[in-house]
Design a protein around this ligand. Structure first.
Ligand SMILES: Cc1ncc(COP(=O)(O)O)c(C=O)c1O
Length: 422
């Protein structure tokens, strides 16, 4: 089937080669246990080394990584978290199922991530943590956010789903804050065959808890049994001591439970591919940066078109290639996107509708006007172009020509419409 787009969005954000295929084939042809074994441990060690994190604990997705990381924060009913509205729903999904509030603070127009001053403004007495997303792969102002976190005694969680290969003042994204959550979904800068995730952290106890919960063990306190189990004895347990029943899977008595166990184990084939992908990540990010540089150059003289690019001290990994059209003419951005998609063969998907305006967050107090910069950028300025390492130079040049033509024609059309109306 031929794709009708000259530059399709493309379902794979990384490149799979013979080494990835061989890693899977080798495992499937062996008699290895395919769930949670040698490959997983090796992938975690290599990921920790690559990022400089003390611990790396793999999971089945970034959504699961965020769920487990949120548990570690120990939030209590009525506590609050500050998050960016310009991110995927998964960033704050674990908070929807907890009696915890989310305050969406506004973003910086250059980073498209949380602005420290805006975070500072919404911090209240019950605020416990900041959830920052490194939008599109450009690190947020981490120095500023760390300063706000220190001032108010908050934990800093970095959503690094876009930030594989991103660096901030010499550090990998995900290692400046307290926790980093990573995604190896199909579209990301590297993939563990479509789904996968990782949590990075410094704290030894947190890492230990993560490893236990993902393997179906609860995060709980136990006390050694004082009486031997009855091994299926005749007497059913009384309501006062069900834990002493032999069917209780634990050998000790549970005295407190904080989170139930889950199955969030990365499979061995996925972990094996994580290792081959990680080895290629620098080259795949370099290709993304090469494409971005070619786009920057090709569009540099187009007025009112501002690329989302490296800031001093950062390495942008270009999971997304983002432009802002800053004319402030109502409808102009929509017209540019329409022309790119329908007339120039560029498959367009925009990311992300401001979270505080989604029904689930409106119901919890989200309202238009709470994050004016994010709202203006989403509704009037933001354009995401397709980008992936397999994109050819010819496709990149097509993108340049298409954006130039779409912007110039959309502006011309708008001027003509205004002239007719006046
Ligand atoms: C910013 C962000 N956070 C979290 C996620 C969730 O990642 P996963 O698909 O691995 O659960 C995504 C996925 O697209 C994302 O873009």
């Amino acid at each position: 089937m031929t794709n009708r787009f000259v530059v399709p969005y493309h379902g794979q954000g990384s490149v799979f080669d013979e080494d990835d295929v061989a890693a899977v084939t080798r495992l499937l042809r062996s008699d290895a246990h395919l769930s949670g074994g040698r490959e997983r441990g090796a992938f975690e060690d290599e990921f920790a080394r690559h990022t400089g994190a003390r611990h790396a604990v793999s999971t089945t997705s970034c959504t699961m990584a965020l769920e487990l990381a949120t548990h570690l924060l120990g939030l209590r009913p009525g506590d609050e978290v500050v998050a960016s509205p310009l991110t995927f729903q998964a960033t704050v999904a674990p908070l929807l199922s907890r009696p915890v509030g989310v305050r969406f603070a506004d973003i910086d127009p250059d980073t498209l991530a949380l602005r420290p001053e805006a975070v500072d403004r919404v911090v209240g007495p019950r605020t416990r943590a900041i959830y920052v997303t490194h939008y599109g792969g450009l690190p947020a102002d981490l120095d500023g956010l760390v300063a706000v976190a220190r001032q108010h005694d908050l934990l800093l969680l970095e959503d690094c789903a876009h930030a594989l290969g991103s660096r901030y003042r010499g550090h990998s994204a995900g290692t400046v804050g307290d926790l980093g959550c990573w995604s190896f979904h199909s579209l990301k800068n590297m993939s563990t065959m479509g789904q996968g995730g990782m949590v990075t952290c410094r704290d030894d106890r947190w890492a230990d808890t993560l490893r236990r919960i993902r393997a179906m063990e609860p995060d709980a306190d136990f006390r050694p049994r004082t009486t031997p189990p009855s091994f299926g004895g005749r007497r059913p347990p009384g309501p006062e001591d069900p834990e002493r029943h032999a069917k209780n899977a634990y050998t000790d008595d549970c005295t407190a439970i904080r989170h139930g166990g889950l199955n969030a184990t990365m499979s061995e084939p996925a972990a094996a591919v994580g290792r081959t992908q990680l080895a290629k990540l620098p080259a795949m990010v370099a290709r993304r940066r090469e494409i971005a540089a070619r786009l920057h150059t090709g569009l540099a003289d187009l007025p009112g078109v501002v690329p989302h690019r490296d800031l001093p001290g950062t390495v942008h990994s270009y999971h997304l290639y983002t432009l802002r059209i800053t004319d402030a003419a109502p409808g102009l951005r929509d017209e540019v996107v329409r022309r790119l998609h329908h007339e120039h063969g560029v498959e367009m998907i925009l990311r992300y509708f401001p979270l505080h305006l989604l029904p689930e967050w409106r119901r919890r107090g989200g309202a238009y006007g709470q994050a004016p910069t994010a709202e203006r950028i989403w509704f009037d300025e933001l354009v995401n172009l397709p980008i992936y390492p397999a994109m050819t130079d010819r496709q990149v040049d097509h993108l340049v020509d298409a954006v130039r033509a779409a912007v110039i024609r959309a502006r011309g059309g708008l001027l003509r419409a205004r002239a007719v109306a006046s």
